[in-house]
Design a protein around this ligand. Structure first.
Ligand code: UT7
Length: 342
């Protein structure tokens, strides 16, 4: 630099990080209800087996011409409406999904187009069922560091498009749907307190869609072996889900100096009611603290937690200043837990 010139630059990111709050939520579930009874006609299963093993009674299935971004856009509009924010004021759209409309462009770009958020930059996050909390934390960091003012965080899935409808061990578990949250910095001290994130790539084979990517591109063989559909070693996944979600919860509570007694509502990933019960036992948390909707929607993957949060908020189950705990687990393996003061 020339010593004669005095440079006066502004570093817009230099100030301390800001408190970030969820200022609006929304969700969308497709109209079509697929009951356990109907599944009895598709595969060798029963309403009794599905309900006792998972707590699921029914799930929603998107229309054939309804893509992930369509559901995501419905949820996004509702979240923006609750927040009182125009689409044109959104700076960032992040969509968590493992069922994107296409490999590329990102589903977030399609959402941007549909809702008219022309100012926003757009990206997708791939963390399977943990995706919403991963995306929430990415957006949180952008808003806290002033790289974005208003972020739209979406979890959306069309699981019915990757389910093997001949495989009774998986097809009874999943459903379609979308949820969205709007994040902004706020003056008040409450908001997102912490998010613990974790992953174990060594166990990626236990839950995946093995075919159709660059490892095993679509071919007559991959299609023949039905490798373009979701595969899961259910019992193994169950064990790891309980252990990792419980540990993530304890770590999040510890980081904030909180105990289970301080938490008003726990919003877990809605994969299986028995997993939720097992976490409750490990945490010493009564079942009444958990918000559960798995009976209505099954496992909607990245949409599950945010759909549940939106329902809890709109029904009054979550009140101002309540401490909310969200916890998720999914393919990767990936997991996360967030503590939010509402
Ligand atoms: O969101 C990502 C995370 N995913 C999860 O968290 C899912 C975790 N896993 C689970 O929720 C459970 O492991 C399942 C619900 C998938 C399975 O429950 P399970 O109690 O672990 O059952 P299992 O896999 O040990 O199977 C028990 C029996 C088997 O028969 P045999 O070998 O004992 O004769 C299965 O073939 O149940 C049979 N079975 C079924 N029977 C009727 C498996 N699926 C079905 C079905 N209907 N749909």
């Amino acid at each position: 630099m020339n010593p004669e010139t005095t440079r006066k630059l502004i570093n817009p990111k230099a100030s301390a990080t800001r408190t970030v709050s969820i200022v609006g939520t929304g969700s969308y579930l497709p109209e079509r209800v697929l009951t356990n009874k109907e599944l009895e006609t598709l595969v060798d299963t029963s309403d009794d087996w599905i309900y006792t093993r998972t707590g699921i009674r029914e799930r929603r299935i998107a229309a054939p011409d309804e893509a992930t971004s369509d559901m995501a856009s419905h949820a996004a509009r509702k979240a923006l409406e609750m927040a009182g924010i125009e689409p044109g004021d959104v700076d960032m759209i992040i969509v968590a999904t493992c069922t994107p409309d296409m490999f590329f462009p990102s589903t977030a770009c399609f959402v941007q187009k549909q809702i008219g958020a022309s100012k926003a930059f757009c990206l997708d996050v791939s963390a399977a069922c943990s995706g919403f909390l991963y995306a929430l934390e990415v957006a949180h960091q952008f808003v806290a560091s002033q790289s974005a003012h208003t972020a739209l965080v979406i979890g959306a899935e069309k699981m019915s498009s990757v389910i093997d409808w001949q495989d009774r061990t998986t097809c009874v578990l999943f459903g379609d749907g979308a949820g969205a949250a709007v994040l902004q910095a706020r003056e008040e001290p409450h908001g997102i307190l912490t998010t613990v994130l974790g992953a174990n790539g060594n166990l990626s084979d236990l839950l995946s869609i093995p075919g159709g990517g660059s490892r095993l591109p679509y071919s007559p063989e991959t299609l023949d072996k039905r490798m373009n559909y979701l595969k899961m070693a259910g019992r193994e996944v169950f064990k790891h889900a309980v252990t990792n979600m419980s540990n993530a919860v304890l770590e999040a509570l510890k980081q904030c100096g909180a105990t289970v007694d301080d938490v008003a509502c726990i919003i877990p990933h809605q994969a299986n009611a028995r997993i939720i019960q097992a976490i409750g036992q490990r945490m010493n948390a009564p079942m009444e603290k958990f918000y559960i909707n798995v009976h209505k929607y099954g496992n909607t993957s990245a949409a599950s937690t945010i759909v549940a949060l939106d329902e809890a908020v709109r029904s009054g189950r979550v009140q101002k200043e309540d401490l909310i705990l969200m916890v998720v687990f999914g393919g990767g393996f990936t997991w996360a837990a967030s503590l939010v003061e509402w």
